[in-house]
Design a protein around this ligand. Structure first.
Ligand code: GDD
Ligand code: MN
Length: 386
C-alpha cells in the first residue's frame, strides 16, 4: 500500500529474478528415499541429521508420502522451499512402503540411492561409509544391519523381536544368501543394480530389500554394517498384524509368482473361505429360520459374497483398499460380477455334464471358470474402478 512497501516489493522481485543466475548447485550423487505415513514431526529433525551426517556429499532426500492425514506432505514442501535438496512425491489413494520406495528411486537420478525410514530409528551416520563402500569396493548393496555383530534391536521386546527373527529365517526361502538382516529397511545401492531388477520386483508390503535381493537375476554382492535400532520419538509404527500377511504374500510371490499370480491365489483362497461361510448359513437358514431351500441358499450366497468382498478388500487388495462410498460401490459391483460368475459356473458345468463329462470334472471346471471370471472382472471393475 505505502510507497515503502512497493519499493520493497520491487527489490524482492529483482532478487528473485537474479536468483537463477546465481544457482549453480551440483547434482546430487546420492538420493535418500524416505517413505512417510504420518511422520510430520520427524521431517525437520531428519533433514537436520542428514545435513550433519552428509556434510561432504552432494545429496538430496526424496520423501514419498502416501497422503498422510497429519499434513506431512505440506510440511515437507514448506521445508523444500528453503532447501532444494528436499523433494516430495505425494501419492493419493495408494499405500505401501515398498512401492513408495520404488517410485522414489525411479523419480530420482542420482547414481547412488539409499532407502531409510523417516522416524529417526535408522542411524544416518552410516550413510557416508555406505557410500564410500559402494564407490570404492566391489559391492552392490550395503545394508544397515540390526543382526550383524555390533548391531541391535534397540527397545524391541518380546513378540516383535521374536517375529522379526522368524521372518529373517523364512527369508532364506527366497534368497539363498547368508545375510544377517535381509528384512532391514535401511540400505544403499547403485542405481544400475536397482534398475536391473525393478521390473521383477513384486512390491508387496514392507520388505523392499528382500524383494530386491530375491528378484535379482544374479546373487548381489552384499556388505552389512551393524547399527543399533533407535527408539521412535514422534508418531507411531505402522507395522500391524497385516504386515505379517503381506510378508507371506511377498514370499509366496517370489516362490510361486511365475506359476500362479499371487493375487489370484489369495482371491481363490478367500473364495474357499466363502464356502466355509456359505454352508453354516445355509444350514442355519433351513433349520432355524425354516426358510425354503431357495431362500436359504440365496441368503447364504449373499453372506458368502459379502464376506469375500470384505476379506478381499482387506487382504488381497490391501494396497488399494476401498473406503466409504467407494467401498459401497465396490460391494455392489462385486455382487453383480459374482452373480454372473455363478451363472457361468452352473451353465458351463451343466453343459459339460450333459455332454457326458464325469460329474466332478464338470463341477471343478465350472468352479474354475467362475473363479477366473470373478477375479478378472473384479480386478478391473471393483478394485480399479477409481
Ligand atoms: N509412503 C508410505 N506408505 N510410507 C509408509 C507406509 C506406507 O504405506 N507404511 C509405513 N511407512 C513409512 C513410515 O512412515 C516410516 O517412515 C517407515 O515407512 C517405516 O515404518 P514404521 O512403521 O516405522 O516401521 P517399523 O519401524 O515398525 O519397521 C521398520 O524397520 C524394520 C526393521 O528395519 C521398517 O523399515 C521395516 O521394513 C523393517 O523391517
Ligand atoms: Mn519405525
Amino acid at each position: 500500500m505505502s510507497h515503502g512497501t512497493g519499493a520493497e516489493h520491487l527489490e524482492r522481485l529483482s532478487a528473485v529474478q537474479m536468483q537463477p543466475l546465481k544457482v549453480a548447485n551440483a547434482a546430487p550423487i546420492l538420493t535418500i528415499v524416505v517413505p512417510t505415513l504420518n511422520e510430520r514431526d520427524n521431517i525437520k529433525p531428519l533433514i537436520a541429521l542428514l545435513d550433519t551426517a552428509l556434510a561432504n556429499v552432494d545429496w538430496e532426500v526424496m520423501f514419498v508420502d502416501d497422503d498422510s492425514t497429519d499434513d506431512t506432505a505440506r510440511r515437507i514442501r514448506a521445508l523444500a522451499l528453503v532447501d532444494p535438496r528436499v523433494r516430495c512425491i505425494q501419492r493419493i489413494g495408494r499405500r505401501g512402503l515398498s512401492t513408495a520406495c520404488i517410485e522414489g528411486v525411479l523419480a530420482s537420478s542420482a547414481p547412488y540411492v539409499a532407502v531409510m525410514d523417516a522416524d529417526l530409528q535408522h542411524d544416518e551416520t552410516l550413510l557416508p561409509r555406505m557410500l564410500e563402500i559402494l564407490v570404492t569396493e566391489n559391492v552392490d548393496v550395503v545394508i544397515g544391519s540390526r543382526y550383524a555383530a555390533g548391531g541391535g534391536l534397540g527397545d524391541w521386546v518380546g513378540n516383535r523381536a521374536w517375529i522379526s527373527r522368524l521372518g529373517t529365517r523364512l527369508a532364506r526361502l527366497v534368497c539363498n544368501q547368508d545375510i544377517a538382516d535381509p528384512l532391514s529397511g535401511f540400505f544403499m545401492c547403485r542405481r544400475d543394480v536397482f534398475e536391473d531388477v525393478v521390473r521383477r520386483l513384486s512390491g508387496h508390503g514392507f520388505k523392499i530389500l528382500l524383494d530386491l535381493l530375491a528378484s535379482s537375476s544374479r546373487p548381489l554382492r552384499v556388505c552389512e554394517l551393524p547399527f543399533e535400532f533407535r527408539t521412535r520419538r514422534h508418531g507411531e509404527s505402522k507395522l500391524d498384524t497385516l504386515v505379517v500377511w503381506e510378508y507371506f504374500a511377498l514370499l509366496a510371490d517370489k516362490l510361486l509368482g511365475r506359476i500362479v499370480p499371487i493375487r489370484f491365489a489369495l482371491f481363490a483362497s478367500i473364495g474357499a473361505v466363502g464356502l466355509a461361510v456359505h454352508m453354516p448359513v445355509l444350514w442355519g437358514g433351513l433349520h432355524f429360520a425354516a426358510l425354503s431351500f431357495g431362500a436359504a441358499q440365496s441368503v447364504a450366497t449373499l453372506a458368502a459374497m459379502t464376506s469375500n468382498f470384505f476379506l478381499n478388500n482387506i487382504l488381497t487388495y490391501r494396497d488399494q483398499r476401498l473406503r466409504g462410498w467407494r467401498m459401497l460401490r465396490g460391494l455392489l459391483t462385486f455382487y453383480a460380477i459374482c452373480a454372473i460368475g455363478a451363472t457361468a459356473n452352473v451353465g458351463i458345468a451343466s453343459y459339460l455334464f450333459n455332454a457326458n463329462q464325469t460329474w466332478w470334472v464338470a463341477g471343478v471346471l465350472g468352479v474354475i471358470i467362475g473363479a477366473v471370471w470373478n477375479y478378472a472382472m473384479s480386478s478391473i471393475f471393483t478394485w480399479r474402478a477409481s
